[in-house]
Design a protein around this ligand. Structure first.
Ligand code: M6R
Length: 597
């Protein structure tokens, strides 16, 4: 929900600039406000922490903070307390020597705050975070700072990650339980980094350790110490197992594109194909389990839930029954889980709270957990028995595109493995990828920009799809809503005459998503029904039809046509968003990973 970034031994000597630049890479995690705390100078005793905080996006921000080589920074997605400068992080203790940034929610903050007020602590913000700084201050009167931080952290209820900058010891102490935190090391320049995600410091290093729940780090100018926080006052040293990621600095840059969203849509020409060469062992393992009678339940939220629904159709097409739930609605049905259940959790971030909660419940009841995940080192990965890592690379835009199609491609390959057609599936995905390279060109872009201009001032858009094109319509509509704030409502074509048709008036834009399959006639009948009520029919399909007033022609790829139909929605959402003045990379009110319930 929020972005965290910290540096120790910043080699430029301008740590606040380094943190500002890193935070800009994390802005997708929250863009209500931002803030930085720095200890000025190099090892100058007596100076105080300097803080700068602002409401609004960090995009073009600059900072006037003094130079120094140790700093922390934060981008906020507000939960407790409105969007104000005071509520922005970092938060200080009464002495101004301890600064805290935080990602998560402290569920018991009111009780702790009350106790601290009794002890004369003065609060400036309405946040849950500020209590952490004061509680550490209180505890550090009698125990060491590291003890105080870990003891404080153990007292917090909820899913949290905190980073604490201590002026006196020139140390950063951080810990996590339920919210992501990764530490990076640039050995050549003796720089240490902390982030809620790798892109913040990918420019400096790809050598990282993803903290596990219950782990903490003490980062001094000399070294990084990893510890396991067991209970108050007791933390056990642990050896850090560094891993080198295959991510490159350029993966987290716009690479000449005006927005990450457009870059990531275009990257699908390569990312989808990448799924062919990974996960083979795991896919075979899962298909064997299904062969042995494991029952599949797909879960996910938002886009991932539409991926789950498409997976259900892919599975049905190879004769395997499965279930799907939005992870947030899973609990009532978790009572049906047993040792022969396989819960396939789909997530870009692997940190979505609703998905993690559902997975934990299912795991407890003995289900086999499969994670289909894009981000590396996530909580979901750690909970899973089998991980299908989809390899789309860092997805920076809040609106998910390339991670979604890589997940969908992975599920398609799994379905093909189940029907002993894995090699055929791989060829089909390769063919899809080749088609994208030819089809996603200037002509398509021009056509979509023209359509975006036509639709720019509409208030409502409706979409229909049948069977595999139903989840495609759901995803298409979500892309329009997220990227352009236009009201786009998707329906199963069959639902139309059961009520929805009342909404159609003369000129209402209606998208009809279709494939060249045996239900083509049925979807065209639905298009005719919409047309008869005055709807303006925009076909997104690999064929032309007299029922369409307008047609975005997509490549004819059998079941895989839904990929290209959805990509039309991604591009249209992008160009509508640009035209309507939305920020395509950071839609209002949304955070990239929703780490709270
Ligand atoms: O990280 P996850 O895939 O678990 O995130 C799930 C949803 O929050 C996410 O797909 C959301 O719907 C995006 N805004 C879609 O573009």
């Amino acid at each position: 929900m929020c972005g965290i970034f910290a540096v120790v031994n910043d080699m430029s000597g301008d740590a606040s600039q380094t943190v500002l630049t890193g935070l800009k890479k994390l802005e997708y995690r929250g863009y209500d406000s931002w803030g930085i705390a720095i200890k000025p100078g190099k090892s100058t005793p007596g100076v105080s922490l300097q803080i700068e905080k602002h409401v609004g996006k960090i995009g073009a921000a600059t900072t006037n903070l003094p130079k120094g080589d140790i700093a922390i920074g934060h981008t906020r997605w507000a939960t407790h307390g409105g969007v104000t400068d005071d509520n922005a992080h970092p938060h200080l203790d009464c002495s101004g020597k301890i600064a805290v940034i935080h990602n998560g929610i402290v569920e018991n903050y009111l009780d702790i705050k009350e106790e601290l007020i009794q002890k004369n602590h003065k609060f400036i913000s309405e946040t849950d975070t500020e209590i952490i700084a004061h509680l550490i201050e209180e505890k550090s009167k009698t125990i060491s700072l590291a003890d105080a931080v870990f003891e404080t952290f153990n007292q917090l209820v909820g899913s949290n990650a905190i980073v604490v900058l201590d002026l006196t010891t020139e140390t950063i102490i951080a810990c996590r339980d339920g919210s992501p935190l990764v530490v990076g090391i640039d050995e050549k320049n003796n720089q240490f980094f902390l982030g809620s995600d790798v892109p913040a410091f990918l420019k400096f290093t790809n050598k990282v350790h993803f903290l596990e729940d219950g782990e903490g780090v003490i980062v001094s100018k000399k070294e990084i110490k990893l510890v396991m926080m067991r209970s108050s006052h007791i933390y056990l040293p642990k050896k850090i197992r560094w891993q080198i990621l295959d991510w490159k600095h350029e993966d987290a840059e716009k690479d000449g594109y005006p927005h990450f969203l457009l870059k990531e849509i275009m990257e699908q020409k390569n990312t989808i194909a990448k799924t062919i060469s990974i996960n083979e062992k795991e896919i075979k393992e899962i298909s064997n389990l299904i062969g042995k009678g494991y029952k599949t339940t797909f879960i996910g939220c938002g886009t991932a839930s539409y991926c789950a629904l498409a997976g259900k159709y892919f599975f049905a097409n190879v004769g395997v029954e499965s279930q799907i739930y939005g992870a947030y609605e899973y609990l009532p049905f978790s009572k049906f889980v047993n040792e022969k259940s396989m819960v396939v959790a789909i997530s870009q971030s692997g940190e979505t709270a609703d998905t993690l909660i559902a997975v934990k419940v299912a795991k407890k009841k003995g289900a086999k957990i499969v994670a289909i995940v894009n981000s590396r080192g996530s909580t979901l990965e750690r909970l899973a028995d089998i991980v299908l890592s989809v390899g789309a690379g860092p997805e920076i835009a809040v609106v998910s595109t390339k991670a979604f199609t890589a997940q969908l491609s992975t599920i398609y390959l799994l379905s093909k493995a189940i029907s002993n057609e894995y090699e055929k599936g791989k060829n089909e995905i390769k063919n899809l990828s080749d088609s994208l390279t030819n089809w996603m060109n200037g002509k398509l872009t021009d056509q979509i920009i023209t359509l975006a201009k036509e639709l720019m001032n509409e208030e409502h858009i409706y979409l229909i799809g049948k069977h595999l094109n139903y989840p495609a319509a759901l995803e298409f509509a979500l892309k329009l809503k997220e990227s352009s704030y236009l009201h786009a409502e998707p329906f199963a074509a069959g639902e139309l005459k059961h009520g929805v048709i009342t909404l159609i008036q003369k000129g209402t834009p209606c998208f009809v998503l279709a494939s060249n399959d045996d239900i083509k006639g049925e979807i065209l009948s639905s298009a005719a029904e919409l047309s008869a009520r005055g709807g303006k029919i925009i076909g997104v399909a690999p064929f032309e039809s007299q029922e369409f007033d307008l047609n975005i022609k997509t490549p004819d790829l059998g079941e895989l046509t839904i990929f290209v139909n959805i990509i039309v929605g991604q591009l249209l959402g992008y160009y509508l968003g640009v035209g309507r003045g939305a920020d395509p990379d950071k839609p209002r009110n949304l955070a990239k990973s929703v780490t709270v319930k």
